[in-house]
Design a protein around this ligand. Structure first.
Ligand SMILES: *[C@@H]1O[C@H](CO)[C@@H](O)[C@H](O)[C@H]1NC(C)=O
Length: 369
């Protein structure tokens, strides 16, 4: 019992003063003799140098796109002209579909946006050779309008990019939406769920708005000032798109952070930082359950970062999840971490079940195709 407490809180364990004639005193007495003084000094110096190098990693501040800012984005911070409210047919909710395994998840995103009466088109960029007709059929069943986009290869031929992130730069295609007559758009990643209407984002006077990132308990970055790109409110512009394509090759940022690292550099100094309710990252609950509770009733968009209700870890196939597989995944994920995210998984399950009872008859035909 005693040793356990000592291990958990070594800084607060009580240590007695040394008795007057302990060994420690003897060694200190030795150091007062001049022959020993240089040795003692040497030992102290050597220890300091070793400690300095050993803690170098700890003392290094995390990378910050603002401390390392590069002036690569010429856009004004606010939208200069055309602040008149764009009509619903010139607004879009946009996501992405790069693999069949996310078809159900993206359908839930679209269905949840519709259920919250978000007044915008639902536009879904997809990678042509990676997504099947079945997956597109499922997306259409809830109102998405899928359209093919070219893969944007990662910069420097993918050097230092995580294989899982190879497709992510393709996300930048969404800035081309002005070519589809969209003035104002909100991007929602496939691991989001809309809980309330967020129409106000389409009238944002800023070129770009996003929510600051939050890292789970134990990550020293904590409540960061960098932006999370899972939810973005932005003004499409093919001129910006062309500019970005040039800049991804020359901008300097940690390539491991892929598109999010780049967007933090491109917009980090000029973006509007939104409240957490627009990208309520599960990591907030992890760090501060009280804050999470405070935000719950006002959440517009929940983001399943630390855990994804629809992911089946053991699954090797990329195919569209069947309804049985989906329910099974949700059941399993609900029990994860002693059910810490039980309620949040429940929100996703409810949206999924509402979608199936409303649009399931159309979706089931997709499975037969
Ligand atoms: C969405 O609109 C419908 C029809 O006008 C209404 O019945 C429903 O309550 C609205 N839902 C939300 C979440 O506002």
């Amino acid at each position: 019992m005693f040793s356990l407490r000592k291990r958990l809180s070594p800084r607060w364990t009580y240590e007695r003063l040394p008795p007057p004639h302990s060994d420690r005193m003897t060694s200190r007495t030795k150091c007062t003799q001049w022959t020993q003084q240089w040795t003692c000094l040497g030992v102290v110096l050597a220890a300091t140098v070793v400690l300095w190098f050993a803690t170098a990693r700890l003392r290094r501040l995390p990378y910050s796109p603002l401390d390392n800012y590069q002036d690569i984005n010429p856009l004004p911070v606010t939208v200069v002209a055309g602040l008149d409210h764009s009509p619903p047919n010139r607004r879009a909710v946009v996501s992405s579909l790069y693999s069949d395994s996310f078809a159900i998840a993206v359908a839930v995103v679209g269905y949840s946006a519709k259920s919250a009466n978000v007044s915008a088109r639902l536009l879904l960029p997809y990678l042509e050779h990676k997504v099947s007709e079945k997956a597109l059929c499922i997306a259409r069943a809830v109102g998405w309008e899928p359209y093919p986009v070219p893969l944007i290869p990662p910069p420097h031929n993918g050097k230092d990019i995580h294989p899982r992130f190879m497709d992510l730069y393709t996300k930048l295609n969404i800035w081309n939406l002005d070519r589809m007559d969209v003035d104002s758009a909100v991007f929602l990643d496939v691991d989001t769920l809309v809980r309330r209407n967020f129409d106000e984002l389409f009238d944002s006077p800023f070129q770009f708005a996003a929510v600051p990132d939050v890292y789970g308990a134990g990550d020293p970055r904590g409540f960061s000032i960098t932006i999370n790109t899972g939810v973005m409110a932005f003004r499409p512009s093919s001129a910006v798109y062309e500019d970005m394509l040039q800049e991804i090759e020359v901008a300097e940022y940690p390539l491991l952070q892929a598109d999010q690292g780049f967007l933090n550099l491109y917009f980090g100094g000029t973006c509007m930082r939104l409240p957490y309710i627009y990208n309520a990252n599960l990591a907030i609950k992890d760090r501060s359950p009280i804050l999470w509770q405070r935000l719950t009733d006002e959440m517009r968009v929940v983001r399943y970062t630390t855990m994804k209700p629809f992911i089946q870890e053991a699954r090797s196939s990329d195919a569209v999840l069947t309804p049985e597989e989906t329910e099974e995944a949700v059941d399993k994920n609900e029990r994860q971490a002693d059910g810490f995210y039980h309620e949040e998984v429940g929100w996703w399950r409810t949206a999924y079940r509402n979608m199936m009872s409303d649009r399931g008859h159309v979706m089931r035909q997709c499975y037969q195709s």
